[in-house]
Design a protein around this ligand. Sequence first.
Ligand code: 8OZ
Length: 370
Amino acid sequence: MADSASDVSVLFSPTRLGDIALANRVVMAPLTRDRAIEGRVPTPLAIDYYAQRASAGLIIAEATQITPLGQGYLDTPGIYSEAQVAGWKAVTDAVHAAGGKIVLQLWHVGRISHVSLLPEGEVPVAPSARRAKAQTFTAEGMVDVSEPRALELDEIPALIADYRTAARNAIAAGFDGVEVHAANGYLIDQFLRDGSNHRTDAYGGSIEHRTRLLDEVVNAVAEEIGAGRTGVRLSPVTPANDAHDSAPQPLFERAVARLEAIGGLAFIHVIEGATGGPRDNIAFDYAALKAKFSGPWIVNNGYDKAMAVAALTAGKADAVAFGRPFIANPDLVARLRQDAPLASFNQATLYGGGAEGYTDYPALTAEAVN
Ligand code: 8OZ
């Protein structure tokens, strides 16, 4: 019989997510911080910010747009220019020097954008020309998102090519892999759901059609950089950004089955419940979802140490992603290990600004960071 100490140790035991070896099961979830002020290049402060958090088994770096048209918030970073690749290279070098692993979250916001954030004359693109009931953060503060236009069928190959190029750029920038952002009501999620996808072509209508873009994007990325370096984030029942679907259980089971068929993906990362909110907003059978996939499974949303240990011990997950706890606790792994108190973050410095509320949250002690 395992005693309680060895039960807890599961959280700090090594594992592999595809080609990526992790020192522990504590993953840093992607966190948008809106500090990429110059050329949508990660701020130089991001070098320290991520290096401070390198004791995570894996860092999933913040959502990063694959193309200028994929941006939906002020000052989020990209991975489509040489300057962005160079900026990210400094980040990955610092994380690796500190002994960590880091993947990049590849992001296209689709309709969750505003014309002021896009290249001159462009409007947001989406599966269908239906505006989301959602707001975004611009130079003028929070505003309603703009009316999108529907992507033409013949634009989809170029969109998939943008994901492929972004994945190649991420590897050139030294990342250990990528996470395709297919969650939280952004472009791929907009295609998945019948609340936002009203297309009548091969990318809309049936579940088979609505899961096609996800499948093609992840296939392209996996082909480009290797399936073992490619992960995917899903959020089956989140209402974030006006995401909704009439039948999420069969939809996401089919989505995961298609990802399984690609073979050898590094991981699937599932947000359980409402992103950053209640875990039980809509009933959903996560075990049935996990049963469709033979690879590593990361769970997320409101986990504490006891919940994380319970999920790992019960075989419900291979790793647990913590988002908000990492903001004010750069040494979260050490704090969890020691049952030390967790600091809370300042909401006012979450998005935008400089070092304050970003790189100035202290570790418990200099030694404890390891
Ligand atoms: C918070 C603010 C802006 C964007 C997500 C990338 O929800 C985000 C995001 C979160 O996935």
